[in-house]
Design a binder for this molecule. Structure first.
Ligand code: FES
Ligand SMILES: [Fe+2]
Length: 378
């Protein structure tokens, strides 16, 4: 079962790279909606490219070029004026489409002939999404399980390794039994028995099966980079869990995680209280990055790490960072338990080959009514 396939480079994601061009064909989350206040602009780096994201006074979000067309000052240090953004250097002002609408120092304005680039944005499940590709964007990927009643928790966290390593981890249910051997996964029976892994390619990506003797866990990869599964959380219980792995650059990425819980009424207030407690506790602890570095240097073992609210995340951080900043996948020896990883790599390789040859690529379609299952009676 050794896999000596010479896979394409899935780590390089800048403009013009095969994987970068592929990911730009889809809507991608780029920022937490709640962190983008009206009247503020922010620098964002996505897919090895810099942008300026701002929210106008009307509440609408806009994404435009990183730099001003005049003399290259960064627009993210500019000033939001209504739904426009004005450069801090000499006040050239752009609307949300990137059109220059004012050049205050110029007695004869030539603003109508000046335009910076802009990209379509849309807000969904607590994130600002952008379409960074060419031409018309594809249909927006909605999943009803993320909408409607219930508590939605959306957050971005930055990870110091390539997006594809995290994406492969998303389809690696076997690692629960090893990496997360000491974790809350024990409470819900996800790390006792090594599951039998199965999968199939679908119209939206991959349906993933983790078969245990009394339950089959069903989850999905929504192409190209989102895991949709049911995940158990200490405070939230079972959640509908969506995690997009979006490259910041070739060696780091952001995980955009939207969790829809089934808490109602008083349970929500109780959750907020416990969440604030956990946050206060985490503020007193060594940072996950510092702990990870100590473990990688051999000064601490993962099994010695006392329980903490971000334990599962640290466990993943340690093993994924240990794979290196540019994993050489052709050296891997895949077994039957890597079936989903092989499928993911093969789909990417196939689509990148079609893209390079100018051949038709698969048109992915997410059925909005898609569901997951823990297979458990809880
Ligand atoms: S650099 Fe932006 S207005 Fe001059
Ligand atoms: Fe994990």
């Amino acid at each position: 079962m050794a896999d000596r396939t010479n896979y394409p480079d899935f780590n390089s994601v800048g403009p013009g790279t095969p994987t970068g061009m592929f990911l730009r064909r889809f809507w991608q989350p780029i920022y937490e909606s709640a962190r983008l206040k009206a009247g503020r602009c922010m620098p964002v780096r996505v897919l090895n490219e810099d942008f300026t994201l701002y929210r106008g006074q009307s509440g609408a979000a806009f994404l435009v070029d990183a730099r001003c067309a005049h003399r290259g000052a960064r627009l993210s240090i500019g000033r939001v004026d209504g739904d426009n953004i004005a450069c801090m250097y000499h006040g050239w002002t752009y609307d949300g489409s990137g059109q220059c609408v004012a050049q205050p120092p110029e007695q004869r304005s030539f603003a109508q002939s000046v335009k910076v680039r802009s990209w379509p944005v849309r807000e969904y499940v607590g994130f600002v999404f952008a379409y960074l590709g060419e031409g018309e964007p594809p249909p927006f990927p909605r999943v009803l399980a993320a909408e409607g009643e219930g508590l939605l928790d959306a957050r971005e966290s930055r990870r110091p390794y390539p997006f594809f390593s995290q994406l492969e981890n998303s389809v690696d249910e076997v690692h629960f039994n090893f990496t997360h051997r000491r974790s809350t996964f024990t409470d819900v029976g996800l790390n006792e028995e090594i599951p039998e892994i199965d999968c199939e390619e679908t119209e939206y990506g991959i349906i993933r099966l983790g078969k245990r003797s009394d339950a089959t866990r069903v989850s999905h990869i929504l192409m190209p980079n989102c895991l949709y599964s049911k995940v158990h959380d200490e405070l939230l219980g079972w959640t509908e869990h969506f995690s997009w792995r979006v490259p910041i650059d070739d060696e780091t990425h952001s995980s955009f995680v939207a969790r829809k819980s089934f808490l109602v009424g008083d349970q929500v207030a109780e959750y907020q209280r416990k969440k604030d407690e956990a946050k206060a506790l985490l503020a007193t602890l060594e940072s996950p990055e510092a702990v990870t570095e100590r473990i990688l240097r051999g000064e601490l073992h993962l099994d010695e790490l006392p329980h903490r609210p971000d334990q599962v995340m640290i466990q993943d951080l340690v093993v994924l960072k240990s794979q290196g900043s540019r994993p050489a996948r052709e050296k891997d020896l895949l077994g039957a338990s890597d079936k989903q990883i092989r499928m993911l790599r093969q789909i990417y390789a196939r689509e990148l080959a079609a893209q390079a040859a100018g051949k038709p690529m698969k048109q992915w379609r997410i059925p909005p009514e898609l569901e997951t299952s823990t297979g458990l009676s809880t």
